[in-house]
Design a protein around this ligand. Structure first.
Ligand code: GLC
Length: 605
């Protein structure tokens, strides 16, 4: 129960406040930041792909402490999951932080070969232990743990790692935790530690400590390309951390530095240089700011021996390409263990990404967001006159629809430069026949140049190779005056995007569909059952309609239920598209349940 409460609080802090807007002025009004922002961001916008490294004492626990396994995601939080005082934590874990397999040059080579152009390393996480050698008196010696510095005598692990990456030509950034579970003057002081003397935390001292450590990171090492602060809440943001003083000096110490937005509250707040969606891709990107999705290969950022829920290589590629196609950067996390070994599964993923990037990198680096709202076969990125079409799902007939009015000037396969693909005439947009490929090698990239300025058409959904037509939330035209919107995947990357906030019967959604096969289709509606929601929906087209009433039951995940069967007549084939509409006739409770898709599945007869 306790864990649940903690997880809940944590999710509340870090997720539900996504779009919270901080009251602070941009960069706290500190001169030097806004004026130089465009120039400072240039390399970041070119890079598009980076690697995050979570490494600290929690890596030596790997999700297990003194024989007890902590099933929670976010293994780097184990100290909190287990309510472990800092002293016991360090005594137990330091001997397990052996460095036996630690080879920063090998890490750096692996990451460079993955195609990543930058790396962000946890210089210290919430546990309060630093990979860098801090000269702050508390870090050198304290009553709580002895020392907050992790490196063995005569070494500086942070320096060794950063230098190895810099030698491979990568930009390097430091993740720096604003939370500190160890320091007696932090906002979290004594949440985990005893306080026998009744010490009253002095936050001014903690601010000095953070300022001093950030000064060390910015001045004692060759480069600091990003300062990745983590994280704020409504109660503690901006000036609570002494941000004004930090920013005033940081830009002098490192005039080209970028900072993320987590000195302020909310993952999508627009302060700082970089928005930081965590473990989800914002369904429609984030307008008006630069942003970077940080995502995990399994569930946890820090190493966890029992977290074997690894994403497949194609799933990682989807997250990477989807993010870039929406205008963001992708920061893919790796969690080496306490011996310094990167898990084999992570090595394999990075190697496979690297193989794909070595051929297709041009379709990622320096590209911009797709001009199309949604494509049902994959994603598009753009650079100069070129459109990069990333095909993930091959539609029926192997022909993808590119919703453009323009004529094609050139078209070739990225991996072979073969330009022999057919452009198939279609009533709406361009039809392109895609050569067969295996998604196990990553998405197929086609490069297209068209005549004149881009003229985008409304996109039209078509059947997948099994004949099923999926009308997804992403692909819907939303007609709302009451704030219906697409909600995103959040902490479960398999959670589909869904229509949320459907509270009024005069709101509706519609889709345009190119029919390739007339006949009978079962209509299935995928939704997230919730007892506080309910209502009746009608799905209709000229050919007929089906209805469904949500019972307001409770469910854990999205479910598909059958609404009925619909007959699509022969004459529909002749139409450039037909429209389907989903409307609500009644709405109960807090609104309709979230709806992720309506699928039309051809029946046998
Ligand atoms: C979170 C977590 C943390 C993780 C990070 C990555 O706020 O507290 O464990 O390092 O953000 O986005």
């Amino acid at each position: 129960m306790k864990y649940q409460i903690i997880i809940y609080l944590f999710l509340l802090l870090s997720v539900n406040d996504l779009t919270a807007q901080s009251k602070s002025e941009p960069f706290e009004g500190v001169p030097g930041w806004l004026e130089t922002q465009e120039k400072r961001l240039a390399w970041f916008q070119e890079a598009r792909f980076g690697v995050f490294i979570h490494w600290g004492l929690y890596s030596a626990a790997g999700g297990v402490f003194k024989g007890e396994t902590y099933p929670q995601h976010y293994a780097e939080w184990i100290q909190t999951w287990g309510k472990i005082p800092s002293k016991q934590y360090t005594e137990h874990l330091k001997p397990k932080f052996t460095l036996q397999d630690f080879d920063p040059k090998q890490w750096a080579r692996l990451v460079r070969k993955s195609g990543a152009k930058y790396m962000v390393l946890t210089s210290r996480h919430h546990e309060g232990f630093s990979l860098f050698n801090s000269d702050q008196p508390f870090a050198l010696h304290n009553e709580v743990t002895g020392t907050a510095n992790l490196s063995p005598d005569g070494r500086d692990l942070y320096r060794e790692i950063m230098e190895a990456f810099q030698q491979e030509g990568l930009k390097t950034g430091a993740y720096y935790s604003l939370l500190d579970w160890q320091h007696p003057d932090s906002y979290e002081a004594f949440q985990l530690n005893p306080n026998p003397t009744g010490h009253v935390p002095d936050h001014e001292r903690y601010k000095d400590y953070m300022y001093g450590q950030i000064k060390e990171l910015a001045n004692n090492y060759d480069a600091l390309d990003v300062l990745w602060a983590d994280f704020s809440s409504k109660e503690h943001e901006g000036e609570s951390w002494g941000t004004k003083r930090i920013l005033t000096d940081l830009i002098k110490w490192q005039p080209n530095i970028l900072i993320n937005n987590r000195f302020w509250n909310g993952l999508e707040n627009k302060n700082g240089d970089i928005g930081t969606p965590e473990k989800y891709v914002p369904p429609t990107g984030i307008s008006g700011t630069n942003w970077e999705v940080n995502h995990t290969m399994n569930e946890s950022y820090g190493y966890s021996a029992h977290d074997q829920n690894w994403k497949s290589f194609p799933q990682i590629m989807r997250l990477l390409v989807e993010t870039v196609s929406k205008g963001g950067n992708f920061l893919l996390n790796v969690g080496p263990d306490g011996n310094g070994k990167i898990p084999d599964q992570a090595v394999e993923i990075l190697e496979r990404v690297g193989k794909w990037m070595s051929v297709n990198g041009e379709s990622i680096y320096g590209t911009q967001a797709s001009p199309f709202r949604k494509l049902d076969w994959g994603y598009c990125t753009i650079k100069g006159d070129k459109l990069y079409l990333h095909v993930f799902d091959i539609p029926q007939g192997n022909v993808i629809n590119v919703p453009l009015k323009n004529a094609v000037k050139s078209l070739y396969e990225m991996d072979s430069k073969d330009g022999s693909m057919d452009v198939v005439p279609q009533e709406m947009g361009l039809g392109i026949s895609v050569p067969t490929f295996s998604l196990e090698d990553g998405p197929k990239v086609l490069v297209m140049e068209v005549e004149g300025a881009l003229e985008v058409e409304e996109s039209v959904a078509q059947a997948l190779s099994d004949g099923r037509i999926v009308l997804s939330a992403d692909n819907a035209d939303i007609h709302t005056t009451h704030g219906m919107k697409i909600s995103g995947a959040r902490h479960d990357f398999k959670r589909p995007n869904a229509l949320a906030g459907w509270t009024h019967t005069d709101d509706k959604v519609s889709w345009r569909v190119k029919i390739q096969r007339p006949g009978r289709y079962d209509v299935l509606i995928q939704h997230l059952p919730l007892s506080t929601t309910g209502g009746t929906v009608v799905f209709h087209t000229d050919a007929g309609k089906v209805t469904y009433s949500f019972e307001g039951k409770e469910g854990k995940s999205f479910e598909e239920v059958k609404m009925g069967t619909i007959e699509i007549p022969q004459k529909a084939i002749g139409e450039p598209f037909i429209s389907f509409v989903l409307e609500a006739t009644t709405i109960d409770g807090n609104g309709l349940p979230e709806i992720s898709a309506v699928s039309l599945v051809p029946t046998e007869n």
